[in-house]
Design a protein around this ligand. Structure first.
Ligand code: SME
Length: 151
């Protein structure tokens, strides 16, 4: 059993799309609902790719100073540079890490991609080490894949 019910959130996103809530409305809904799943989800950031920079367009949880992240920097920028999702169980082991606060222990980045094109990413912070199982990650991926179609 996963903590996040990806299918339910995808249904909510489709409903919001039908009501014309717009791009930011969809991103904010995704951030709010993922955070509402509760621990281990602590904070959720929706970074979208604008040229060579990730730009924070919506979030739920702790405020971050990292509103713009160059491709290649930190966990977020590494995901884009490598084209691979990042599931970091212990962020203290990383040298290329952009810390937002001292509480975050782990981080999951799932890319929002439309075919070969990377549109952005869902970045989840957690206060506990290594919480995101492959099944949990798959639930976040359902949300990312839905956003890729609806945005
Ligand atoms: N920790 C991220 C930066 C984004 S904040 O966690 C919101 C990184 O290393 O890319």
């Amino acid at each position: 059993m996963t903590i996040l019910q990806g299918d339910r959130l995808v249904a909510a996103l489709r409903g919001a799309f039908a009501r014309d809530v717009g791009r930011i409305g969809l991103l904010q809904l995704a951030a709010d609902r993922i955070k509402e799943a509760g621990a281990p989800y602590t904070s959720v950031y929706l970074y979208m790719l604008h040229g060579e920079e990730l730009v924070l367009e919506a979030f739920a949880g702790r405020v971050t100073d990292h509103t713009r992240i160059p491709v290649g920097k930190g966990v977020c920028g590494t995901a884009v540079a490598t084209g691979r999702d990042q599931n970091v169980g212990d962020v203290s082991t990383l040298t290329n890490y952009l810390a937002c606060n001292l509480e975050t222990r782990s981080e999951l980045v799932v890319l929002i991609r439309r075919g070969a094109l990377i549109l952005g990413q869902i970045d989840v912070d957690s206060d506990v080490p290594n919480p995101f199982t492959p099944d949990e990650e798959a639930e976040v991926r359902k949300v990312a894949d839905a956003l890729a179609v609806l945005l």
